[in-house]
Design a protein around this ligand. Structure first.
Ligand code: ADP
Ligand code: ZN
Ligand code: ZN
Length: 729
């Protein structure tokens, strides 16, 4: 009797045993079809154990074998195992998420043979004899195929005519062996590179290349350089070297960065097959890209985070652009971080991974400091560009209309009158409004935690999300006595309304999740901006990257304060990244650009270091602060979330988890919460969260692994999730 242990795509930390029928020859990594309850499910073989915990009589048989050999390369298998355990996710979820949807559904992982239609000997004879058939359409079709056999998939002859000819024995279908030519064979004697658009590296770039060459095998490189400093040119030349060794290349970009222009740059440089995994591909096309890379038919694959799981025959280099971008983190199911996994993967493969950014994440900068990554910096702009003028507006002394100061409105009018465009940014990520005094900048904060209270508009109450305390809304500032108290932040829609009243003669385009939810809307909006139809643009971070707006001369960050006092400790880092990105948007052509920041706290130390010392200085200060406060990357976090229609149930579920961890008395573990999630109610569901923080990653891992071996009653009643290294709190 032979046993098979199978992983299924279910959110359970366990495997399922089955019996292997005599005629099957299963291996680890093969897919199988198995009975599961009253259903049939696709599973992946994870082991062939000698015995099962269950008596054989209770085991069911595997229904079908779907693959002859493992679908996963040895290294990818190892990576997925490692990552399922690191992210505390069932292996089944990770394995299935790493496969194209069609394969999850059980489709064949072998490229379909191509079918050729051609006349039979009888058909040829009929053509030669000039033996006239009465059916004119059939005769024409036969003549067409006689002139040149056709692939069934491409053939436009109606199928009833084809079957009539087949029935008469005049044509036949011949399965063509798939001529899976590798990319090297396809390139043949052609040059790999179009040297006419290859640039001669400047001194800094050349030095960077030398540093990149210094290491053989694995190396993790943080390539830091402002936009326009020539990072992409370095990627291209590294790729060239890798291709010349006959090896394949993977390029990962953020969701928003995968634009036709990016891809075009790669295609223009190399005469090799390049596949792009973008969101408009259907499942069949995705499977085809996967198959092409796995059989070395493609040389370069460009894609967003999940492209990391494309399989290659001989991967030689991983490039990851905009490494600080949050879209590299998967936000549901198996919550992996593609950047962190790419480094682990590159190490397993013994190849370099190059991570580029103008504004590196504090995690990566810390990895430079502790020697895990090599730091390579490009400080000069390769092309010409004017430095932007930056200005801070101190809101304390200004009249403010729905978040817009007199100073900003005057500036806007000035730029608009000159026929230029103006771009306003609202930073809404991790947003939680804070109550402050407009006169003196006093902030209403919790005395126990020295953290701002969060303003809850619906309940008209202030709540501390750290200790859970709450208080009524004060009438007066406790520092200066002013009654002019206000909350930070407003929505993009509100902003649009105010601007419409103020500047009725100009066209406004608002770009955010709501205004671009429908397909094609984002492109249409961008088009309005490009062609100059709109003069005022309002956007969230969606607008910050990848788009080129040469006529924008004024960029303003409207609500900086909400980031300075956010519940999420990463808000300042995101603000600084956004600031650098948007500063790069202003006045790119011959026109002088201006960047404007509105805040009640122009003297805030992080803001000061950003404005006077740039991102590098900011990052240094911010990292020191994180270290002093014991926040990541100097500690590790895991976030439990629970939601339920009933507020108490969600809270109790996490209370149960919190109590479990208290009982364990784990040294170095901090337990924060449970507390209401930042959006504490959404679609009728009450949402709570519980944050664990440990001074060491290992310590946290051990605690979480032990947790999974326990049973929880209240937790099982609600929908819950666990996010290791959460990016958004
Ligand atoms: P990044 O990726 O850092 O934004 P790019 O590689 O796109 O920078 O370079 C910015 C611009 O400078 C591009 O137009 C590019 O063609 C040009 N450029 C890059 N490197 C060089 C070089 N060595 N010599 C001349 N122009 C360069
Ligand atoms: Zn005051
Ligand atoms: Zn508190």
């Amino acid at each position: 009797m032979r046993f098979v242990r199978v992983a299924l795509a279910v959110p359970l930390m366990r495997f399922f045993d089955y019996l292997m029928p005599a005629e099957m020859n299963l291996q680890v990594g093969c897919r199988v079809l198995v009975p599961f309850g009253s259903q049939k499910r696709v599973g992946i073989v994870v082991a062939l154990p000698n015995e099962s915990e269950l008596p054989a009589a209770q085991l069911k048989q595997v229904i079908a074998q779907l693959d002859n050999k493992s679908l996963f390369s040895e290294t990818l298998w190892k990576l997925l195992q490692w990552s399922a355990s690191y992210y505390q996710s069932p292996l089944g979820e990770a394995l299935f998420q790493a496969l194209p949807v069609k394969l999850r559904q059980g489709e064949s992982a072998v490229e379909k043979a191509k079918i050729l239609l051609k006349p039979t000997a009888l058909g040829e004879q009929a053509l030669n004899d000039g033996h006239l058939m009465r059916a004119k359409k059939q005769l024409e079709a036969l003549q067409e195929l006689g002139a040149a056999p056709q692939l069934k998939a491409d053939c436009v002859i109606p199928s009833h005519i084809l079957s009539a000819l087949k029935n008469k024995g005049l044509i036949e279908e011949i399965a063509q062996p798939t001529e899976a030519k590798t990319w090297l064979q396809q390139v043949g004697t052609q040059a790999l590179v179009n040297t006419d658009n290859r640039l001669t590296l400047n001194k800094q770039q050349a030095l960077a290349m030398t540093q990149l060459h210094f290491h053989q095998g694995f190396g993790a490189f943080l390539l830091e350089g402002v936009t326009g400093s020539g990072k992409t040119e370095i990627y291209l030349q590294l790729i060239e070297e890798t291709l010349k060794k006959g090896r394949q290349v993977l390029v990962l970009v953020p969701e928003i960065g995968l634009t036709p222009q990016t891809v075009q740059r790669f295609k223009a440089r190399f005469n090799v097959p390049i596949d792009v995994l973008h969101s408009n591909l259907n499942d069949t096309q995705r499977l085809s890209v996967w198959l092409r890379a796995k059989s070395a038919q493609s040389a370069i694959v460009i894609g967003t985070r999940s492209a990391l799981f494309t399989q290659f025959v001989d991967l030689g280099l991983i490039i990851l652009d905009e490494e600080h971008d949050a879209s590299f983190k998967q936000q549901e199911g198996w919550r992996y971080h593609a950047r962190d996994l790419a480094v682990v993967y590159a190490k397993m493969l013994g190849i370099p991974v190059v991570m580029g950014s103008a504004t590196p994440s504090l995690e990566s900068l810390n990895n430079v400091q502790n020697g895990k990554y090599q730091h390579i910096q490009l400080t000069q702009r390769a092309g010409l560009a004017n430095a932007v003028r930056q200005q801070v507006i101190d809101l304390k002394k200004q009249r403010v209309h729905n978040g817009l100061s007199d100073g900003l409105l005057t500036k806007m009018a000035h730029h608009l009158q000159q026929g230029n465009q103006v771009l306003l940014f609202l930073n809404r990520r991790g947003f939680a409004p804070v109550l402050l005094c407009h006169e003196c900048g006093w902030i209403c904060e919790c005395r126990h935690c020295e953290k701002p209270y969060t303003y809850h508009q619906q309940q008209q109450i202030l709540r501390c999300h750290h200790c859970h305390g709450q208080r009524t809304i004060p009438q007066q500032c406790e520092a200066c006595g002013s009654t002019h108290l206000m909350t930070t932040g407003l929505g993009t829609e509100q902003l649009e309304e105010t601007l419409r009243e103020r500047f009725p003669q100009y066209h406004i385009t608002r770009i955010d999740r709501d205004s671009t939810a429908r397909k094609g809307k984002l492109e249409a909006h961008l088009q309005d901006i490009q062609c100059g139809k709109s003069q005022i643009l309002i956007g969230t971070q969606m607008l910050a990257k990848g788009h080129h707006f040469p006529n924008v001369t004024l960029v303003a960050l409207v609500n900086v304060d909400s980031a300075l006092f956010s519940l999420d400790f990463r808000a300042e880092e995101r603000l600084a990244q956004l600031y650098v990105q948007v500063a790069g948007r202003a006045g790119r052509a011959e026109k002088q650009g201006e960047v404007l920041l509105q805040t009640h706290y122009p003297e805030h130390p992080l803001l000061q270091s950003l404005l006077s010392g740039g991102y590098g200085e900011f990052a240094k200060q911010a990292l020191l602060l994180r270290q002093n406060m014991g926040l990541p990357p100097f500690s590790a976090q895991a976030l439990f979330k629970a939601q339920s229609r009933h507020n108490v149930e969600a809270e109790q579920a996490l209370q149960e988890v919190a109590e479990y961890f208290y009982q364990q008395q784990i040294a170095g573990l901090q337990i924060l919460g449970p507390m209401p999630a930042p959006h504490s109610k959404k679609a009728g569901q009450f949402r709570w969260q519980l944050l664990l923080q440990h001074s060491s990653r290992q310590g946290l891992q051990q605690a979480l692994t032990a947790f999974h071996h326990q049973q929880f009653n209240a937790l099982n009643k609600v929908r819950w999730s666990l996010d290791v290294d959460p990016l958004e709190l």
